[in-house]
Design a protein around this ligand. Structure first.
Ligand code: XBP
Ligand code: MG
Length: 254
């Protein structure tokens, strides 16, 4: 078998969308709808255990606001979430949600090397389209053979559904691909589909457990001036995630 494809999570992996985008958008939506809710960064860190914006809102109400009176929590969560998505999409066009270190470079190296690319995320499809378009250009949507997002599958991460879906769409076995994730829920999901996973942590996930990861890095690194640090896994001579490093990981792990 040979490495054929790279499958990327979005939130926290391609960009710090949670801190720079989703949290900001949630709070703006609450304000616009005159709800007396405000999520601090500290609270949001905890709320991230629950994936999916609507489920996160409902979890918040149940756990932190049992006093809040509402006849139809599902309808309210849907309404708040729809507005939050609009705000998030708007935010992506301001340039305030940049891609993480090394992401754009890795996409272009992977394309040049003939690797197939895909996305596997639990976020709303409109968010992915907007982020990719505004950071890489409209044409970049075509770089991804499959964009598996949100509700195309019944169960969000940590369930493995979205990775199973993407592999099936690409007609690939797990041992032909590598997954890129940033969180515990993410690697539980990719591992369920038997994918080996490379982790780049962020401020919300640096204390997570990543059992079974090929390596845990602080970021993907850049060749000239920004080497990555290996936080867990075998040390390497490589200083950034390029095709050679991925082939090294692939050979060691599959
Ligand atoms: C991402 C999420 C998402 C986003 C918001 O998890 O948890 O819920 O926070 O997206 P992962 P929506 O990175 O593991 O895919 O509000 O559109 O659901
Ligand atoms: Mg993520």
């Amino acid at each position: 078998m040979a490495l054929e494809a790279l499958i990327f999570d979005v939130d926290g992996t391609l960009a710090n969308t949670e801190r720079d985008g989703h949290l900001v958008a949630f709070n703006k939506a609450f304000k616009e709808l005159e709800l007396d809710w405000f999520w601090t960064n500290e609270l949001y860190h905890k709320l991230l255990d629950v994936t999916g914006g609507q489920l996160r809102i409902k979890h918040y109400l149940k756990t932190y606001r049992p006093d809040f009176e509402c006849d139809d929590v599902d309808a309210l969560a849907k309404k708040v979430h729809a507005l939050k998505t609009k705000i998030f999409v708007r935010l992506t066009s301001t340039g305030k949600i940049p891609l993480r270190t090394g992401v754009a470079r890795l996409f272009s190296e992977a394309r040049a090397a003939g690797l197939r690319l895909a996305i596997a995320t639990t976020t709303t499809p409109a968010n992915v389209d907007a982020l990719i378009t505004h950071t890489l250009g409209t044409d970049a949507l075509n770089w991804f053979e499959v964009i598996g997002a949100g509700d195309v599958v019944p169960n969000l991460k940590p369930a493995g559904d979205i990775y199973h879906y993407v592999l099936k769409q690409m007609n690939l076995n797990a041992d032909q691909a590598i997954a890129f994730e940033d969180s515990h829920n993410g690697i539980i999901s990719s591992s369920d589909a038997k994918l080996k996973t490379l982790i780049t942590v962020n401020e919300y996930t640096k204390t997570h457990r990543f059992d079974g990861a090929m390596a845990v890095l602080d970021h993907l690194g850049e060749p000239k001036n920004k080497p990555f640090t290996v936080l867990e896994g075998a040390q390497t001579e490589h200083t950034y995630v390029g095709i050679d490093y991925l082939q090294e990981l692939y050979a060691k792990n599959y």
